[in-house]
Ligand binder design. Sequence first.
Ligand SMILES: O=C(O)CCC(=O)C(=O)O
Ligand SMILES: [Fe+2]
Length: 200
Amino acid sequence: MVLLINCTGFDSETLVSFTQLASGLEKTIRRMILETFGVEKYVDEFIDSTNYILKVMKYEGSQSSKPSLRAHSDQNLVTLLYQNEVNGLEIQNKDGEWINVKPSPNTFFVMTGESLSVWLNGGLSSTYHRVTMKESKARYCVGLFATPRGGYQVKAPKELVDDKNGLLFKPFDYEEFLGFYSIHAARGVLESGLKAYCSV
Ligand SMILES: O=C(O)CCC(=O)C(=O)O
Ligand SMILES: [Fe+2]
C-alpha cells in the first residue's frame, strides 16, 4: 500500500482517508491473527467492538540518549505506525536489547498490544518499545490505535482455554481499565498495566 502524507500540512480529509485505509489494514491483520489461532469465528464480533484512535506525533530532533517517549507496551489491541524517514523508534528483544526500527518509506510498523494478548489468553506478547531521538531532524509519526470499545468484555474465547492452558486473565472492560491505568500512570507505574489489572 502506498500512502503519501505531507506531514507539515495535515488536513482533515487526509486524516480521514488515512484512518479509513489504516483501519481496513488493521482489520485484515487481526483477521489473519485470529485465523492463525483457529478462532476466526469470533472475527466479526471482535472487530465490530473496536474503536480507532488516530494520534499525530512530532518529536523534535535531538541527540540526547534520554528517550523522548518512555519505554512501554501499548495497552490496546493493535497499533499501526506510519512515519517519516527519521530514526527514533526502538523495540526491546527477548534478551532485553533495544533494536532500532529502521524507517522505510510507505511502510507501516505494526505492534500488538496488551489487550490482544489478554484476548488470546497470552497467545501473543505485546511489543515493548520507546522513542529515542538520534538525529537533528524532527520525526513525524501517525499512529492508529485499535482499542476495545467500552461495554465490550475482553475475554479469551473458550477454544483458547483448556486444562493445559488455563484462563490467565479475568474478562475486563477497556474503558474501566483506562480509569485504573491513568491513576497508576500518573504515579509512574506503567509496566504491564493491563496484566496487573486483570491477571487471574
Ligand atoms: O512515535 C512512535 O513511533 C511510537 C508512539 C507510541 O509508542 C505511542 O504513542 O504509544
Ligand atoms: Fe506505544
